[in-house]
Design a protein around this ligand. Structure first.
Ligand code: GAL
Ligand code: CA
Length: 344
């Protein structure tokens, strides 16, 4: 009972605050305090945790022009239900802008309702809601990257490597025997990356033979298991491993190391993300190449947009696609430039 009452009081106070915010947003005075609430689908995801680190850092640098900023980060640990509750908590604690990395990108309705009721804008990131859901309310934004481009660049990197080194076709049959490690089914970056990478290789004249694929949900540990199974089936016939992200190809490399394959019978590996561990693997030659998923650019766009939404200034300086989307470009990474990305 007591709990309920204090919750109700808290909610009332918080709604009061939101009303104040709403009013002052319409007036010309600035709201100087940006209170950002962030929830991510799984903070143990290497790429996501690096986006969050960059976001905190860049928000910290925003303490100029009289803006003070705080950020609260929550981990939904793979449960949409948990994430919905976190949104309620973040709003109750006074957050005036939300950054949401959906667990289930097809299920944002409850979150959108909560945010709309309290007039707190949402910046979705990395896991793109479907277009109809983005139309549910005018204060919804998305920051991410072009999935297709990442696949095209990965395919180009692999094609360039195969053309430059005829030793990659180890059995000299004129075809490249390959396997793919795929991210979560239903994620905008999984199927599209695979399709566009494979098509790009074909468009570049590379003859391919698909031996197998394994779904490893972006995870290094799951990829180790999938790779063990695929090696069990195909032995040393695998010449190329394409991964939808770096962590999964690193898991595949772990397996080759564990099974003591001689370097001469290793396939070549290509990832996507350019996480610190991925870049290090490119530099030490275990990974032939990766595609940089611009975590600093994405985090920076989120911070800039969040600040503009709260203080009501600077929106006109932001370039959107279709009014509410911001996509950062990917870039190719090889041993020649990996060091520069590591320094970013
Ligand atoms: C992708 C990224 C993956 C994983 C996933 C999570 O863009 O490449 O490594 O972080 O997002 O949604
Ligand atoms: Ca071959």
């Amino acid at each position: 009972m007591k709990v309920k009452k204090s919750l109700a009081l808290g909610m009332a106070a918080c709604m009061g605050m939101q009303l104040l915010c709403a009013c002052s947003r319409q007036r010309t005075d600035k709201i100087e305090k940006v209170q950002m609430g962030v929830t991510c689908y799984d903070q143990s995801d290497t790429f996501i945790s690096s986006v969050i680190d960059s976001l905190k850092e860049q928000l910290g640098q925003y303490q100029n022009e009289g803006v003070t900023a705080t950020v609260t980060v929550m981990d939904a640990a793979g449960l949409q239900r948990t994430q919905n509750d976190q949104i309620e908590e973040l709003i109750s604690s006074g957050c005036n802008v939300l950054c949401v990395n959906l667990v289930d990108r097809t299920d944002p309705s409850e979150i959108i309702d909560l945010a709309r009721k309290n007039n707190v804008p949402i910046i979705f990131f990395n896991r793109e809601p479907v277009a109809e859901d983005m139309l549910q309310w005018s204060e919804l934004y998305y920051v991410g990257a072009y999935a297709e481009q990442s696949g095209v660049l990965q395919g180009e990197l692999a094609a360039e490597a195969i053309k430059a080194d005829n030793g990659i076709d180890r059995n000299r049959d004129g075809k490249i025997q390959y396997v793919v490690l795929e991210g979560e089914p239903g994620h905008q970056d999984a199927i599209i990356r695979t399709e566009t990478a494979v098509n790009t290789l074909k468009e570049n004249g590379i003859l391919l033979e698909k031996l197998s694929y394994g779904i490893a949900n972006w995870s290094r540990a799951q990829a180790q298991n999938r790779m063990t199974q695929m090696i069990g089936q195909h032995g040393d016939k695998i010449e190329l491993v394409l991964g939808n992200n770096d962590d999964m190809v690193l898991g595949a490399i772990d397996t080759y190391e564990k099974l003591n394959f001689t370097k001469a019978s290793w396939p070549v590996f290509f990832g996507i993300d350019g996480t610190d561990v991925g870049l290090e693997a490119v530099l030490d030659g275990r990974l032939a190449g990766t595609v940089y998923n611009d975590k600093e650019g994405q985090a920076g766009a989120m911070v800039k947009l969040a600040v503009a939404l709260v203080i009501g200034e600077g929106m006109d300086e932001i370039e959107f696609e279709d009014d509410r989307y911001i996509y950062l470009p990917y870039r190719k990474v090889t041993s020649g430039n990996a060091g520069e990305f590591l320094a970013e």
